[in-house]
Design a binder for this molecule. Structure first.
Ligand code: ATP
Length: 513
């Protein structure tokens, strides 16, 4: 291990899947004691790069992963070698076991101290308490992971990854989208944690789609475009538009978003009218959505925001109340029944609720539209495939072809494919739960303009749940704020900005709605 030079250096890293090269000669040098962000559009190769660095994927021959001055051939680098070399990883799902205590989660990685075959819990608790204190975390080692706040869970995962099993040497900590699933108000805490770890001498490599956040916390950044390094250098002096221009290869002015025309207030009769709607933990709720409106729903985890969408989508049964769509009472007992009435939903947990991972991309896109292709002689699969591939292309889903298994798509492309499916049947009410999770900045802009196009001038509307208040302010005509299952505020016009939404979401005082 050399004492000078970069912490991590990638030289000529390439990676092919079935003969298709998805990384092409990636060269990156990461300075010790810095925060280095890795950015790029969906499918640009960020996760693949990290997996080669982690030794999970074998790189193509010729590439080198150099850690603290020691070179390792990328085609034979293993996870064990990566660990010994001083690389530590925190994946997006954090890898914590919710039902175990914090100390037991530490033990899973560092081993359980034992005497005569029995676990020495007291020793494990003491060791974990020292690690937590060193990390500035005021958490008992006995606390169940399930009870932790989201940002504390991430900080525990970081403390576990960095636990002092390496004689106190600085390490390279690699994080994959650590802020993607954090509530808005906890993002700053995590960014502060990254800064603190940098001060301790560690090197942080951090994948993100949130450019403003990267500009705030990173010293340097690398932009990947189609598996090639488009930029690697300091953050200072860069703006969001510069970064997007590097990600897209377009000039900054071409990459800038089209200005949004504020919608005139509509006086049309409501498309959706909800009255006295109740289910466990939610309601009674009264709300109206007019044709052409994009209405946001903001609230903390547990506020009832996803439950509201589930109720409208036929996934959650109601206990009382009424829902009218275009003046007609509807009461769906399944998502399929809701769809038949023009209500389509994109759930928050794509992998669990919205995907057939082993089936081809095109089947995942056409999944809800296949009855259209029923013919007297069977199903017109050829037409179905053709139209599904077209629908995916309309959402800029980046895939070699329509036959690739859904699971092999990058996360952002999976999300776009699921959105393409939901909108294919031109639903009158589009229900979207965290629609731009994991999608890159350009795709997020595309998704927003698609939602606007879907509703503008049509007898359609969208209801959007998002924990990203910047997104809600940019996308929505109105934002409803839920707390403890009740509607507490409604923001519109000049009130509709990020900080007002944050304030309304966190307010303890109940207003008299
Ligand atoms: N196991 C695999 N088999 C085949 N192709 C793969 C596999 N893993 C990744 N790819 C392809 O490699 C390319 C890069 O994917 P990768 O997941 O690295 O992108 P990414 O930059 O992390 O994207 P995102 O921001 O959407 O997560 C994509 O075209 C993807 O479909």
């Amino acid at each position: 291990m050399s004492d000078t030079g970069p912490a991590l250096r990638l030289r000529g890293i390439s990676k092919s899947f079935d003969g298709v090269r998805v990384l092409r000669g990636v060269d990156v040098s990461i300075t010790r004691g810095t925060v280095h962000a890795l950015l790029g559009g969906n499918g640009s190769g960020k996760s693949t790069t990290l997996k080669v660095v982690a030794g999970v994927y074998r790189g193509d021959p010729g590439g080198v992963v150099e850690v603290f001055g020691t070179p390792h051939p990328a085609d034979s680098f293993s996870p064990q070698q990566a660990h010994r070399a001083g690389l530590r990883f925190v994946h997006q799902d954090l890898g914590l076991v919710d039902d175990l205590s914090v100390a037991a989660n530490f033990g899973l990685v560092s081993g359980f101290p034992q005497r005569l075959g029995a676990v020495r819990w007291r020793a494990l608790h003491e060791r974990t308490a020292r690690e937590l204190a060193a990390a500035g975390l005021d958490i008992a080692p006995q606390a169940p992971v399930r009870a932790l706040r989201p940002s504390d869970r991430t900080r525990v995962a970081i403390a576990r990854a960095l636990q002092d099993d390496d004689g106190g040497h600085p390490l390279v900590l690699v994080l994959d989208e650590p802020t993607a699933s954090l509530p808005h108000h906890e993002v700053d805490e995590l960014l502060e944690e990254l800064r603190r770890r940098r001060e301790q001498g560690h090197t942080i490599v951090y994948v993100s789609h949130r450019i403003p956040e990267v500009l705030a916390v990173a010293d340097d950044l690398t932009v990947l475009r189609d598996g090639v390094v488009a930029y690697s250098g300091p953050v200072s002096g860069l703006t969001e538009d510069h970064v997007i221009a590097m990600m897209t290869g377009l000039a900054a002015e071409q990459a800038a978003p089209a200005a949004r025309t504020p919608r005139a207030p509509t006086t049309a009769a409501p498309l959706l009218r909800v009255s006295g709607l109740c289910t466990a933990g939610l309601g009674p709720l009264d709300l109206e959505v007019r044709p052409g409106e994009v209405v946001g729903v903001a609230g903390l985890l547990g506020s009832g925001r996803s439950r509201l969408l589930g109720l409208l989508a036929g996934q959650v049964p109601r206990t009382s109340g009424s829902v009218q769509l275009a003046g007609r009472e509807i009461h769906h007992r399944s998502p399929r029944a809701a769809l038949a009435d023009g209500v389509a939903c994109v759930p928050e947990d794509r992998a669990r609720d919205a995907a057939f991972p082993d089936r081809p991309l095109w089947e995942n896109v056409s999944a809800i539209a296949f009855p259209r292709y029923a013919r007297w002689w069977g199903a017109d699969r050829r037409a179905e495939r053709r139209d599904a591939v077209k629908a995916a292309a309309g959402f800029a889903v980046h895939a070699a072809h329509g036959e690739v298994p859904f699971a092999s798509l990058s996360g952002g492309n999976q999300q776009k494919a699921v959105l393409a499916r939901a909108t294919w049947t031109s639903p009158r009410l589009l229900l979207l739960d965290e629609p731009s999770q994991g999608v890159d900045a350009m795709a997020r802009r595309d998704i927003h303009s698609f939602i606007h196009r879907h509703v503008d001038g049509h007898d359609r509307a969208a209801l959007v749940v998002s924990s990203d208040f910047v997104e809600l302010a940019a996308l929505c005509d109105r934002v409803l704020v839920l707390r403890d299952g009740r509607l507490r505020a409604e923001l519109t016009g000049a009130e509709l900005h990020e900080s007002a939404i944050a304030l309304a979401v966190h307010q303890d005082r109940e207003d008299p709605r």
